[in-house]
Write a protein of this length. Structure first.
Length: 306
């Protein structure tokens, strides 16, 4: 497998793994949860150093995943009290965990160099150089890891499709038919946390957050059907992986940045040109209503004859 193909496939698999879950976060209005996770993992990295005195990727990812799960469960628990809304819960939990990590570094690890870029906030351009041997063939480790995560996420959606759909659109109805919205929500959030942390080392936190939020938000503007929203989300992610890589090579620029910018361009295009919800469609609808209103007023008896 060539280096360029490895980068594209890695980006596409991350887009698939995140795209299977991102639409549910957008529908539940907790899309920024992924950004919260990217900050909340810091105390996990510090804890791994304090306990095992290592900065190896696997232990760091495990420690980060533990605190990512703590973060999403704490946010969900706060939201479940009914006293704070989703955005406030996110804003309360992740700064606290991030601050805990900062205190841990300054108090116990200020004499070491915790290279977050190398251990958790990775760079997609480096994925071809981190390989493992599978069936006698060298394959980038990121492809195996993210591919497995995408497969697990697909299995989760297959097994819990009705439950996830019901709790996303009408939690009260779901509860009335015996589906526990709280537990389904927590399972979804744990899956998001594990997916995000698993992808951080391979492609970088910013790109993971982008692929969770932007393609799903774009698809939200294009369809009213959940299955179509998920399919469009994944498709946009793959488009970003291919087009972003090509753009980065042409401009000699950041690959992750170009992929992220491609998703943003797709969103802007949908925002303007979406047949039903786009700005252009809304402007046309307003113009038609104004013309219809003028015709009605012009036909009224009091407005005839000048």
């Amino acid at each position: 497998m060539s280096d360029d193909l490895a980068i594209i496939v890695t980006g596409g698999l991350v887009a698939t793994a995140t795209g299977l879950l991102g639409p549910f976060l957008v529908l539940r209005r907790v899309a920024l949860l992924s950004d919260a996770v990217s900050h909340a993992v810091l105390p996990g990295i510090v804890a791994v150093w304090l306990v095992a005195h290592t900065r190896a990727p696997l232990p760091v990812i495990v420690g980060a995943a533990v605190f990512a799960i703590v973060c999403v469960l704490a946010i969900d628990a706060l939201k479940g009290t009914g006293l704070v809304k989703s955005d406030a819960a996110i804003g309360l939990v992740f700064p606290a965990l991030f601050s805990l990590g900062v205190l841990g570094i300054t108090r116990y690890a200020d004499d070491i160099h915790l290279d977050l870029d190398a251990t958790i906030y990775g760079e997609i351009a480096f994925t071809p150089f981190q390989t493992l041997t599978l069936l006698g063939t060298e394959i980038p480790r990121a492809i195996v890891t993210i591919g497995a995560i995408a497969f697990v996420n697909l299995g989760l959606l297959t097994l819990l499709w009705k439950e996830l759909k019901a709790t996303s659109f009408d939690p009260a109805f779901a509860r009335s038919i015996g589906i526990p919205p709280v537990w389904i929500s927590r399972l979804l959030l744990v899956a998001v946390a594990i997916t995000a942390v698993s992808a951080f080392e391979s492609v970088g936190a910013i790109l993971v957050v982008t692929l969770i939020i932007v393609p799903a938000s774009t698809a939200y503007l294009l369809t009213n059907r959940l299955w179509a929203m998920i399919a469009i989300t994944v498709a946009i992610g793959w488009i970003a992986a291919v087009a972003g890589h090509s753009t980065a090579l042409a401009l000699d620029a950041s690959i992750a940045g170009a992929m992220g910018l491609t998703t943003a361009a797709c969103f802007v295009l949908a925002l303007i040109a979406s047949p039903r919800y786009g700005l252009a469609a809304r402007a046309i609808q307003r113009a038609r209503r104004r013309r219809a209103t003028r015709r009605v007023l012009g036909d009224a008896p009091g407005h005839q004859g000048g």
